[in-house]
Structures are given as C-alpha cells and as structure tokens.
Design a protein around this ligand. Structure first.
Ligand SMILES: [Zn+2]
Ligand SMILES: [Zn+2]
Length: 803
C-alpha cells in the first residue's frame, strides 16, 4: 500500500549535469566501456479514469477530501471487476495507488449494505496500521475500521468482533485467532463481502503455501455460514500474477497489470565492472564422485564477497559503486547508492570519501553511510541533509526501501541486482524529481544472474520475468493445515477438493497416525489440544541466539539454517549489528555469540548426497530426460571460509564438526546419455566438470524464473547417479517438502536452461568465473568445472527438449 506522505520531500535545485551528459562522463573514465545497455524510461503521464458509476457520491467526496480527485485507469478497472464480483489481483508498480483498487469496491459495498463486512490482510502489523489510518481518515459512517492483531487489547476484541465492519489483520492472526474462534466471528464471517490481500507477492515459498491453506480454511468457514466473499489482491509487479493469486486463494483470479499512474523519466544504465588481469593463484583439484551445492539460507554476511579462489575475477561491484559515487558527488549530483549489506554500504561510503578527499580535501564529508542501527531521528537527519544538499552522497542498505519516502534524487546507483524486478524498480524509483530527468545505474556483481541481466536488458525492461511461486500441495504444509481445519470443523469429502492435490493422501496419513478419526459425518480431530502450526516455521526446533556476556536473547534461527548461519566462528548479523558465534550448542538449541564487527564475512560449505524417492512427472526427450520428483538430500556443513568484505579475498578455510541433516524435498533433474555427450565432444574425463558447471549456472539463473534466490535452492551433479544410471544434474528446493521453486524450474525448463546456456556462452572469461559457472557456495571449492563443456551439455539438452 502507499499513500502520499507528509514525509515525502522533494530535493531542491541541483547544479549537476543532465543524466545523459553525466553518464557520458562516468563511462569515459576507464579504458573499456563498462556500460552494456542504456534504457531511456520515458516520463509517463497518468491516465485518469472517471469514477465508476457505481461508486457512491459520499465515497467520492471522502476520497476527494483526501486529495484523490479521480482514479487512475488501472484502479478503476480493478475496482469495477471486484465490484461486479470477480476475484481480481492488481499487480502494478510502487506508488501506483493499489489501495484505491480495493478500498473503492469494499467501501462502496459497505456503504450500500449496512450489514456487509470486509477483511483486510497484510503481511505485517505495521502495514495494517498504515492502512487503518488511511481508511479511518475517510471518516465513513458506520464502517468502524479496526486492527485486530496480537497487540489488540483483550478488552477491545469483543467490540471489534461485534461492531467493526472493516477488520485489518495478518495471516498469523487469522490462523491462530480468528479461524479457531470462528464461533465468535460467525456474525462477521456470515456477512463477509470482501477479503483484501495486500502485498500478496510476499506470500511465497513455504510461508506462502501455509497462507494458501489458511485462506482455504477461511473460505470453508465462510461457506458454512453461507458467505462467498470476493477476493481482491494487490501485488508488486510480477510475472503471471493471475496464476500466483489463483494458487494462493484457490480461486480463478483476473489480473490487472497495466499501470496508469504517472512517473518521471529515467536514463537507466546497465554497468558491468571490467575483468581484472588473470591471477596466478590456483586450487588443488580433488575430483569428487558427485559435486553438491547445498542450499543454504540467505545470510547478509554472504551478500558481499562473491569471489572465490579464482583464476579470473571482475572488479568488485562494491569498488565500482564507490568510484561511481565519488564521481557523481564530485559532479555535484545528489546520489543514493543501494548496497545489499550494511558492511558493504560502509565500505562503499568509506572508499568514496577517501577518493573525494584525495581530490579535494574535505569533500569526503559530503558522503555518508546510512545504517540500520541508527535511531529514527538520526536517520531523518541524514535524509534531510541529503535532500537539502549538505550531503551529496549516501550509501544505504535497502532500509530506505521500506522507510521514509526519500525521493527526488538526481542519481541512484544499485550495487548488485536486488533480487527482483520489483525491488529494482523500487530502488530506481528514488531517482527523478518532478519534471526532471534522473540517472539510474545497475552495477553488476560477479554473479551469473547479474551478468545475464546486464547482457539481456529485455529481462529487465521487457515483460516481467519472475513469478511468485508457492506449492500448496507440499505435504509438510498440507497435513498440519488439514489438522487445523479438522479442529475448526470435521473434514468432509467435499473439503478435500477445496484443499486440492494431495489432500486425500494427507488425510489418510493423519488417520493412520491417529490424529484424525473417520466417522460417517467426516474426519474428526482426535486430540484435546489443537495442533501447533507455525506459518513461518520451516520444521525443526529453532535455535536461540544468545549474547554470552548478558544472557540476552537476540532472536531465533530456523533449525535448518542454524548449521549455515550459527556455526562456531560465523559472523552473524542481527538487525544491522554484527556478532561472532562462540559456540553452537545443538543439544541445547542455542548459539552463544558476542558483538564484534570483523572485516571479513563467513561462508559455510556443505557436502551433499541425494537419492530419488519418486518421480512426479517427466519428459522423455530421446537421449535427454527431464524429471520432477521427490528426493532425499543428506547434507553436512563441513567447513567455512573467511573472506575480506572489501575485496572478497579468501583469508582461510576452517573445518567444522557438525552432524549430517536429512531433507525430503522436491527436485528437478535432467539426464543425458553418455553417447550424446560423446557426440557433442565432451570427453568422458570432462563430464563431471561439464555437469558441475552447468549445475552452478542453472542454480544462479533460476531466480530469473521464480522469486527465490540461489540460497533457497541446492544442486548436485554427477557423471553417474545410482538412481538414474546416467549423467545427471539435480536442482532441489532447500525447504522440507519443497517450496515450488523446482516445480517452476521444471515448468519453464527450456527457457530456464536457454538463459543458463546464454549466460555461460556470453561471459567474456575463458575458463569460468563467478559471473558464469563458479558458485559462491560450492561444496567442492568450484572444482572440477569446465565452462566450454557446460555449454555443450546444455546444447544437447536444449536441442532435444521440446520448447
Ligand atoms: Zn565467466
Ligand atoms: Zn559446486
């Protein structure tokens, strides 16, 4: 949701050069031109639409008092679809006014029918509170909007249940509070006309799969009371939002994606740092039987140093961004640089300050780092200084992305692709003052996805590429959700269709386990207590992070992630503050840490074994087979590397002694016949390196197809797998039961592997680098890898696979 906020400040006049001239000066610095593409994103005038005829005068007047004189075209279109009873998702850019698209039909209905109710769901309490303010400010008679979440005082809850007609809550409260207490909510649910799901793209992966079933439970309770609410969803720009929204709700959903809101013009450059001269360092070859690349959780400390023990690397994106920041500041251009980690932001600011002070002593003072750890007042002060020109350059993590509306900058530098197009546009959207052109630069990190994107601008500026994925059929989600549903009301055969694929099997297993009992009227929950189901849990008991000196509990980490994030010696970031782990005590489920900010990051490595449990679906393509199925993954975190944050240089690798872990999940894999590989010119001795290199790049490019990052997925490749009896590359979801990523990869296999092939082939390196086939999290030290043979492998797959 977005609202015009009083905190939005526009920058004053700046003396800097125009964006096109600025870019010309920046790219003229080095020997080679680092710019791979310049996109002119034209200013867009908004397309207003008349108020829909069904919108009551009272409501139009209320919006007009809040400064909304007319809706934009997309708002009117989505609102009318919803008002006419169609489930609709509006998936448009930041600040395009998505909230009006659901407020309009919901509030019009509430005004027309004094008994009707609406339920609004946000992923966070803060967003629900914002939205409450916006709805309350309309001052509509008899709507009585109210937040109902964990912070709502007990004394107010009954009043809200009885009298509020616009209840704002979150999926966790719906799951833990409202649905189990449906008897108390029967009056509200019986009259429920609209369910609004804001920021629905955040319901992805395992969490999204849980929320999908919470919504099915809601629909079931409504149906029992005779209500069939219309669902209105708001999403960031994403690929195929109708399908994602349909999976989330279990309903047919129409998408509105044509953004008709106005925006300023931006010159957007894609920037690839140059390759550095070859280095003589080498790694010791240990040819493994199978090379695995375990999935590991996204660690902020891992975001900066993507270099490995390499032969050839590119200049680091951090250094490049620091230089660009210094240059734009020297030109008098107000610039914001987005850097993924806090430490990285500090490195960028420090390097830019140094460069500026070398040129003009004192000029460095006009650059600062924006840290998450600052107090709100300190942050405001920095923002004000930037907007008034006292500061000219700010290096920030994406803390700003969700914070105050700091807009109107002359230039935005984005150090590394932020993961999704939506985030990219959110960051780039900080550039541009009213009526003036601005510059945005995406600086590629040394990573296959970044490299692919700067060479394939159509993947950024063309149709949206990434889709929000979730997998409601995940048995690890479905079974506990069916148990929750059975507590709320006995399950009937008709309910099984509602909960979808796999529901019958899950019910049978719950019966066999003694959790459900079958009676003529349905399946009944057998226990006194309700099942404990955490929507955001990943299975496994969480590990507590405790500060040794004070005994203070800093937070918890998923059991599954703890080996990667909290091993002894790990650098662990918590709310922007850096800690080092003294000891991980798995028996007690806690990690003891102390505050320390070393100038290195840590990167855990694991070894992986994998066996096929079952095949869900496959494509037989002659010498090539493409499969989707369940697998068992056994992995063990065996060591970690320490790397300098500023340069990515590896300091050392230290062994770890941690137990193995088991994961049953979903994988996509392809096999090739040895004959087809030989025909393509891959020597038998090069097959392991060819497959391993293809696997790395395929993992790196999967985020192009689905909103995951490479830390959500793992892989394994081998010249002969006992279960497939062929050379095989596996890519699996790093979450128990799968999260939809492998399934999405299987569904888009040809496009995914085509992008993978192109990313490798187009990389300018000779033998492989982190921009193509090397992986920052390889369990085998990026060995063996054969870049030319990986292209041959993928050519064999692509020439046989149906498009
Ligand atoms: Zn390369
Ligand atoms: Zn590897």
């Amino acid at each position: 949701m977005e609202s015009s906020s009083a905190a939005t400040v526009s920058a004053g006049p700046g003396p800097g050069p125009a964006p096109v001239e600025l870019l010309r000066r920046l790219r003229a610095r080095g020997a080679a031109d680092p710019v791979t593409h310049v996109e002119r994103v034209p200013a867009r005038a908004g397309v207003p639409a008349p108020w829909p005829s069904w919108a009551p005068t009272e409501l139009r007047a209320a919006f007009a008092r809040r400064g909304v004189v007319a809706p934009w075209q997309h708002q009117a279109e989505a609102a009318t679809l919803a008002y006419e009873g169609q489930h609709v998702v509006v998936a448009t850019g930041t600040a395009s006014g998505k909230s009006l698209a659901y407020q309009l039909p919901a509030l019009a209905t509430l005004l027309a029918d004094p008994r009707a109710t609406a339920l609004y769901l946000a992923p966070t309490k803060a967003l629900a509170a914002d939205q409450l303010r916006a709805v309350a400010a309309l001052e509509l008679e008899g709507v009585r909007p109210a937040c109902y979440d964990g912070d709502t005082p007990r004394t107010e809850r009954e009043w809200i249940r009885r009298h509020s007609r616009f209840v704002l809550t979150n999926p966790d409260m719906l799951h833990h509070g409202i649905l189990p207490g449906h008897a108390q909510w029967s009056g509200f649910l019986r009259r429920l006309a609209y369910v609004v799901i804001d920021e629905c793209h955040t319901y992805r992966g395992v969490f999204g799969s849980h929320v999908a079933h919470v919504l099915r439970r809601l629909r079931r309770q409504c149906a029992r009371f005779g209500a069939t609410p219309v669902f209105v969803l708001a999403s960031a720009t994403s690929g195929d939002p109708a399908t994602a929204a349909g999976r989330l709700t279990g309903l047919p959903v129409t998408a509105v994606t044509e953004d008709a809101s106005p925006r300023g013009g931006v010159t957007f450059a894609l920037w690839e740092p140059p390759l550095l001269p070859p280095d003589s360092s080498s790694s010791s070859p240990v040819p493994p039987q199978a090379t695995g690349d375990g999935s590991s959780p996204p660690a902020p400390s891992q975001a900066t140093g993507d270099h490995d023990e390499l032969r050839q690397v590119r200049r680091s994106a951090l250094r490049e961004t620091a230089d660009l920041l210094a240059d734009t500041v020297a030109e008098g251009v107000r610039t914001l640089a987005f850097v993924r980690s806090r430490k990285g932001a500090e490195v960028v600011a420090a390097n830019a300050r140094r460069a500026l002070d070398d040129a003009v002593p004192g000029l460095g003072d006009r650059v600062a780092a924006y840290r998450g750890g600052y107090l709100r007042e300190e942050r405001r002060e920095l923002e004000r200084a930037l907007l008034h020109g006292d500061l000219l350059g700010l290096a920030s993590t994406n803390a700003l992305e969700l914070g105050v509306d700091l807009v109107g900058l002359d230039a935005v530098l984005i150090c590394g692709y932020p993961g999704t197009r939506a985030s990219l546009w959110q960051q780039a959207g900080r550039a541009g003052r009213s009526g003036q052109e601005a510059l945005a630069v995406l600086v590629a990190r040394d990573d296959p996805l970044d490299t692919y994107l700067v060479h394939h601008p159509e993947a950024i500026f063309g149709a949206p590429v990434e889709a929000t994925v979730l997998d409601p059929a995940n048995p690890y989600v479905l079974a506990p959700q069916l148990a929750c549903a059975a507590v709320e009301a006995p399950l009937t055969p008709a309910d099984l269709a509602l909960f979808g694929e796999g529901a019958k099997e899950a019910v049978d297993e719950l019966v066999a386990a003694g959790a459900l009992r079958q009676r003529p009227t349905g399946w009944y929950w057998r226990h006194r207590e309700r099942p404990e189901v955490d929507l955001r849990g990943e299975g496994g008991a969480p590990v507590a992070v405790v500060e040794s000196s004070t005994g203070r509990l800093l937070g918890t980490v998923d059991g599954g992630s703890s080996h990667f994030l909290l091993h002894s010696g790990a650098v662990y970031l918590h709310q922007g503050v850096s800690y080092v782990v003294d000891q991980l005590d798995l028996a007690d489920g806690c990690a003891l840490v102390h505050a320390e900010e070393p100038d290195w990051s840590t990167h855990a490595r694991d070894v992986t074994d994998l066996s096929v449990v079952s095949v869900r679906s496959y494509v037989d393509a002659g010498p090539v087979g493409m499969f989707l199925g369940e697998v068992d993954v056994t992995s063990q975190v065996v060591s970690y590397q320490r790397r300098r944050i500023a340069t990515g240089e590896v300091i050392d690798t230290r062994p770890l002694d941690l137990p193995t872990r088991e994961l049953r999940t979903v994988a996509v894999w392809f096999t090739l016949s040895p004959q087809s590989l030989a025909l393509a010119g891959v020597q038998p001795a090069d097959v392991p390196g060819a497959l391993h290199a293809a696997e790395h790049a395929a993992i790196g490019l999967l985020p192009l197809m689905a909103t995951c990052d490479r830390w959500d997925i793992g892989g394994l490749s081998t010249a002969l797998h006992p279960d497939t009896e062929a050379p095989t590359v596996f890519v699996y979801d790093g979450h128990p039961g799968g999260a939809g990523f492998a399934e999405r990869a299987y569904g888009t296999a040809a496009a995914w592997l085509r992008a993978t092939r192109d990313a490798i082939a187009e990389c300018g390196c000779e033998t492989g680098c982190p921009s193509c086939v090397q992986s920052p999290k390889c369990g085998n030290g990026n060995n063996p890898l054969s870049k030319p043979d990986a292209i041959r492998v993928l050519d064999v797959v692509l020439s046989n696979l149906p498009a």
